[in-house]
Design a protein around this ligand. Sequence first.
Ligand code: AMP
Ligand code: GLY
Length: 414
Amino acid sequence: MSRCVVVGAGAREHALAQTLASRHDVVVTPGNAGIAAQGIACSAAGATELDADLFVIGPEQPLVDGLADTLRAQGKSVLGPGVDGARLEGSKAYMKEFLNAAGVPTAAYGSFSDETRALEFLATMSAPYVIKTDGLAAGKGVLVTNDLDEARADVLDKLRGSSFGAAGSTVVIEEGLAGEECSLLFLCDGTRATPLVAAQDFKRVGDGDRGANTGGMGAYAPMAAMDSRAVTEITATMVEPTMRELRRRGIDFRGVLYAGLMLTKDGPRLLEYNVRFGDPETEVLAPLYGDRLYELLERAANGDLRGVDTTTSGCAVTVVLAAHGYPQHPRAGDVISGLGPDGQLAHALEGVSIFHAGTRHGEHGDFMTAGGRVVAVTGVAHSVALARRRAYEGVSLVTFEGQVARTDIAAAAL
Ligand code: AMP
Ligand code: GLY
């Protein structure tokens, strides 16, 4: 039994912690009410004050802030890149420059801090218009629209700091791409990159991919449209050139490289890299790897992925339940019913787990909403159809006022 520290406070970290805790001693910092309710230790101490055989850093912000560097300087094994590698996610303008240097196929773009030049460039593009904040914006800094006036207004809002503060002081304007999206996550050990099973995330708040972009309303894996030939091609044309370019820049990337892909009619294009596990992708991936997860993460952290097997059997579907008003103005303080004292379903269902994101304990020991995404309900089974049925059975048992959830997660995969 090894000791593992997971950094973060969301459903992604809950999924990682619950999976790792089946065989290992896990501490989550800071963790959340649902993780603690399952008897997994949550610590208010920072990661640098804890000791463990492996540190897994969930969110992007601590990576961009250099937590992995600090822990490595203490001699720790860490899954997560340093500040240098984290720039791939921390600045979209840097990422686009990097992709062009590495020869990775991606949307044409321009990056601007100047209003006039940004609007001139926008006028040369055709719909759909894609406007992104350069800096981190919790998955919400991207506008995709067919309306040029809306696109122009968004450029000005972002550059003037009214919508995203400093994160929007540079904007990236991109060619609009069309197709299915896929999240292909790679474990990287500094030299090698090994794909995990492909997942699909549903980013829009409403059914049929309508409404605002969110952090992600659900996911499923394995994604039907990504066969092993497509994965091999993406690895060869995108991720291996990326690993070479990272090394050329002196960057020892040990962590998760998350390729956000658009499968266009002209072939796959990279929309973005993230430098960490996806949320909600992890709520399907972690249960699929189960007891093998620790070894995979530990080998990536220690530069030793040679010959690992990342194939899985089984399918998983997760559905996010978000708070009233999500994503613009989520409301906190609604009482959640259907959960037992351990934060899982009061009436347990086979193959269903509840991963907590934004919950806290109410006065009577019950759970209340305390964030945008509240819980993710994951179903696991031998088929997507059964995994999906299980997830939605779970969803029907967890209720709170104003709940926002999609009814069509993984529906098209059946
Ligand atoms: P990103 O944070 O860059 O992944 O963008 C968030 C979401 O915006 C993506 O998941 C896509 O749904 C959408 N998006 C981003 N870039 C483009 C693009 N170039 N064309 C069309 N949609 C895009
Ligand atoms: N699922 C989107 C993300 O983790 O960024």
